[in-house]
Design a protein around this ligand. Structure first.
Ligand code: HEC
Ligand code: HEC
Length: 199
């Protein structure tokens, strides 16, 4: 996930205030998304830090328009104005992105499978590599393709399952639905675990 160039400092400052204090009607984002936007892995709350600002703003607009549904995020996004959404998107995009480390130390059948799906895809089923769209090492390609590297496995797995069931359908041209439909349950576990700490 890479921070975007050209952010307005004033907008990111206004976004920081919302993230830390909330607004009159909205809870502070950091209650769920972590003090530095790192997310809460145990709860499956997503990392937002360093994500591309256009993707973040689109998700907030989609929650507000009920194109993406979630009982926790929907009321929050609905209470934000477009300007406030842009401000918090600027703020989270300006925070440090996840940095690749040495990767998972031990190589198991599951990590091998996860790495294969991320880097090569599954051509038996016509599924391209995750990183073909999500960029080198999953860092994302703004504006349309979010960073997925360093995201918590619980959240990634929940999104992939939501695409399979149709609970999440806000992806442009159904690109992610087509991918998720080609993943087995074991593949979802493998690729989600791999993406938490990929090389
Ligand atoms: C009560 C907990 C909670 C609070 C407070 C909260 N969020 Fe969320 N947020 C979530 C959950 C849970 C999800 C994942 C929703 C899903 O699974 O679709 C989420 C998802 C998101 C996403 C989509 C991330 C992605 O990678 O697609 C964005 C953007 C977001 N939140 C921004 C915010 C902002 C900005 C605020 C503060 C104004 C905020 N959230 C406050 C729980 C919360
Ligand atoms: C053909 C292009 C394409 C491929 C291949 C692809 N994705 Fe995506 N993915 C997208 C797009 C576009 C989005 C943004 C959807 C949106 O705007 O809501 C996305 C979003 C996601 C998200 C949601 C991120 C978030 O923060 O909520 C996850 C998780 C994800 N992809 C995982 C994967 C995995 C895992 C693979 C490989 C198994 C993969 N993707 C392959 C295009 C692709």
């Amino acid at each position: 996930m890479s921070a975007q160039a050209g952010l307005s400092h004033a907008d990111a400052q206004a976004g920081a205030t919302i993230a830390k204090n909330g607004t009159g009607s909205v809870a502070a984002c950091m209650q769920c998304h972590g003090a530095n936007g790192e997310g809460q892995a145990a709860a499956g709350f997503p990392r937002l830090a360093g994500q591309n600002r256009d993707y973040l703003a689109k998700q907030l607009a989609d929650f507000k328009a009920k194109l993406r549904t979630n009982p926790l995020m929907q009321p929050i996004a609905s209470a934000l104005s477009t300007a406030q959404m842009n401000d918090v998107a600027d703020y989270y995009a300006s925070l440090p992105a996840w940095k690749p480390g040495p990767g998972i130390a031990s190589s198991t059948a599951q990590t091998t499978r996860g790495a294969q799906l991320a880097h090569q895809g599954n051509w038996d089923k016509g599924m391209p590599a995750c990183f073909a769209c999500h960029g080198e090492n999953g860092a994302g390609i703004a504006p349309h393709f979010p960073g997925i590297a360093g995201q918590n496995a619980t959240y990634i797995a929940s999104q992939l399952k939501d695409w399979q069931t149709g609970a999440r359908l806000n992806d442009p041209q159904g690109l992610m639905k087509a991918v998720a439909d080609k993943l087995s349950a074991a593949d979802i576990s493998a690729v989600s675990a791999y993406l938490e700490n990929p090389k």
